[in-house]
Design a protein around this ligand. Sequence first.
Ligand SMILES: *Cc1c(COP(=O)(O)O)cnc(C)c1O
Length: 370
Amino acid sequence: MQTTDTITRSEPSRRRALNFSAGPGALPEAVLEEVREELPVYKNIGTSVLEISHRSPTYTEIAESARTRFRNLLGLGDEWHILFLQGGASLQFYQVPLNFLPDNGSADYLITGSWSKKALKEAKMVGAANVAATSEEDEFTYIPKRGEWKLGTDASYLHFTSNNTIYGTQFHETPNVDVPLVCDASSDFMSRPIDVARYGLIYAGAQKNIGPAGVTVVLVKDDFLGKRRGSLPTLLDYGTHTAKLFHTPPVFAVYMVEKVLKWLEGLGGIGAIEDLNNRKARLLYERIDRTGFYTGTAKADSRSKMNVTFRLPNETLDAAFIKAAADRGLIALKGYRTVGGIRASIYNACPLEAVEALVELMDDFEKENG
Ligand SMILES: *Cc1c(COP(=O)(O)O)cnc(C)c1O
């Protein structure tokens, strides 16, 4: 992974920070370099990609290349459609039940944080959504165990949030149920392999792990798609988007996603990034657990490898830590407003060196304040 500051090395004040933002998150510097290089004139087309028709061969090629890379990286067969939609993951909260929650049926929801609660709220506007399990009573510090789930008898899918961006928890096993899985994978998409056979639909806002804001990647399997309801509003019907390019897609965001996927392939693919993500998470959690000064906020068996949440002994020290971090060029470490503490988002594009710098800061800060 690149570590040198090639973009702005001549001007210290414009040096790139070590960015732990939860979203939109850091992008690989190599990708940004490439984008800058080809921004005014893309290849030999005489314009930038910002200025071309979404029906041009150039965009068609970019979108197809992105799809091919998704297929290769995740091992998706022809039964999978890959869509580039808008409205964020948040629109998927409504679009999923609108398409797949039948009038006389239901859907199961696992409630493991704010995002799944929002998904549930939208599903309830459409039909019967059953809370199969929740960890809200314990401030979403854990993922409920499979044995405790109360699944409905007529669910058409089970919805879950694979990684809880705010609370720093993550599913470490694919939910084992008899119905197709629908997953909000926004904050851990492409960070580890997915057992796609178990899923009907997977969606992710690009801005956490695979690109800039503006595009939501939706993977939907053909047989699941076939079960959707009829007479849906055109733009909210997944079938509209699998049939053809219905309207203007977020061209530039798709172009950048394609580049991030190429970068990921260059690193060695999903297996390689998973190894790296495991190393980064282990390093940070080991440092948190080494002494009593830092306390992880998620239960150990539910800890996220993407968003690492922890606290110092008090809020004054939390604030001082964030300040000390900024002084060293480590930014966006403040925990979500309702949770407080520290949150280090260590997505795919966060290099190992950034985590090492954070651990070094934790050591030094504890020495001075512990
Ligand atoms: C950020 C996030 C969302 C919201 O995504 P938008 O694209 O802003 O709608 C939803 N779910 C999860 C898990 C997220 O991390």
